[in-house]
Design a protein around this ligand. Structure first.
Ligand code: PMP
Length: 417
């Protein structure tokens, strides 16, 4: 076999920054951005992005299939979004109170998301899911939350998968169920014994990093969830922090005709500017107004101006379909490359949020070899988390990536024998 693509050089500037970070930043870097959890080929620091490309501190270029873990839906440094943000920045960001952008954005969210009658804004996905839970508890006067066992809904004390630093009491009101398993949802509800404030779930199962595939929602399960929430008088919270605007612009379960009561959005709302939103129905308007919800930066205008511009771009064309087409090309190419190198891979979830798993690779060791070989050739993937497509990705990008993943598969095969 011939390996033809160029490998990237060493990363001395990245190494030097890591050494400095090790002295002043806990663990050198924390959370999902800590690349010491990834194979050694990944850079820790980046200096620029444009469209589908990223550059690290050492000048290496990457074709980015992570989109900053989701936010960059319209491509890095999108000029329409950035121009709107810069125009607002010139007038000010955090002023004496909200700018008119807040009303305009709330109107846009209500106009865009089918079940939304009102909108609130915060900064991170965790803010939005936490707010949704608070509204549900305020509205119902109940405590318990039913959630998918390994689903991630944020890094607060209730949802954080790492229990270090939280108390059992923080999690005492969470009861787990299995996604797509109505019997397990019913038994979680029975355990809650009339005290269910909310059912919280994502529109499809995307619990990575866990060693199982993503899977679509079974429409019968979705209907069952809605019916159970109604029967219990509980709030149905849809966590679209990761999926928002990539599956269906008006809400992920719209094609099924199922409306949640509250939806949390964040990542892709403003193409990289910090914002999140909870939208809800009229029935929950009063509770949403009665809770004390606030944050020093929640009303700031720049990210709202960016969100208005970005959602405008996304609504102008059928972006989910466009991203799905390009994502499918990537998926088809990877499948035939893997086969030709004797690998069985499983690619799951929608093509706009692809997840690739190798057979018998529970600890992602083969995925680590493959993604390391890819990143050293300039294709930024992740071994254990779903990837993300943006509207900037083209068929040409996919062809460029596949030239390199061909060699990444070859190298992985050569390493494993
Ligand atoms: N919900 C889901 C489904 C997520 O994927 C995430 C972030 N990965 C969150 C909530 C939390 O968002 P944030 O990291 O912005 O707080």
């Amino acid at each position: 076999m011939t390996i033809t693509t160029q490998l990237q050089a060493a990363k001395p500037l990245d190494d030097a920054l890591r050494a400095r970070a090790g002295k002043v930043i806990p663990s050198g870097m924390y959370g999902h951005m800590n690349v010491t959890l990834l194979p050694s080929g990944y850079p820790q620091f980046y200096v620029a992005g444009k469209g589908t490309r990223l550059w690290d501190t050492d000048g290496n270029e990457y074709l980015d299939f992570m989109c900053s873990f989701g936010p960059m839906i319209s491509g890095h440094a999108n000029s329409v979004v950035d121009d709107a943000a810069i125009a607002q920045q010139k007038d000010g960001d955090a002023l004496g109170g909200p700018t008119p952008r807040m009303v305009e954005l709330a109107e846009l969210m209500v106009d865009t998301v089918e079940h939304a009658d009102w909108a609130m804004f915060a900064k991170n996905g965790t803010d939005a899911t936490s707010l949704a839970v608070t509204i549900a508890r305020a509205a119902t006067g109940r405590k318990k939350l039913l959630k998918g066992g390994t689903a991630y809904h944020g890094a607060n004390a209730w949802f954080n998968p790492n229990p270090l630093g939280s108390t059992p009491e923080d999690r005492a009101n969470i009861i787990n169920f299995e996604f797509n398993d109505l019997a397990s949802l019913e038994s979680a509800a029975a355990e809650a014994d009339g005290d269910v404030a909310a059912i919280i779930l994502s529109p499809f199962r995307h619990d990575a990093p866990v060693s199982t595939d993503q899977f679509d929602v079974d429409p019968a399960f979705a209907q069952g969830v809605r019916a159970l929430a109604d029967r219990l008088g509980a709030v149905l919270i849809m966590d679209e922090v990761r999926t928002g605007f990539r599956l269906h612009t008006g809400g992920a379960w719209e094609p099924l005709g199922i409306h949640p009561d509250l939806t949390a959005f964040s990542k892709a709302m403003a193409n990289g500017y910090a914002i999140s939103s909870v939208v809800g129905t009229d029935a929950l308007r009063e509770a949403a107004g009665d809770i004390f919800a606030t944050g020093s930066f929640w009303y700031a205008g720049v990210s709202m101006a960016a969100a208005i511009a970005n959602i405008g771009l996304l609504k102008a064309t059928d972006t989910p379909a466009q991203m799905a087409h390009v994502g499918q090309l990537l998926r088809d190419g990877l499948r035939s490359q893997a086969e030709s190198h004797g690998f069985t891979i499983f690619q799951s979830g929608p093509p706009v949020m692809p997840f690739l798993r190798f057979e018998d690779d529970a600890n992602f060791a083969t995925a680590a070899l493959f993604t390391d070989a890819a990143v050293r050739r300039g294709v930024l993937l992740h071994p254990a988390h779903n990837w993300f497509l943006s509207t900037a990705h083209t068929e040409k990008d996919v062809a460029w990536a596949l030239d390199r993943t061909e060699d990444a598969f070859a190298e992985t095969r050569a390493t494993l024998g």
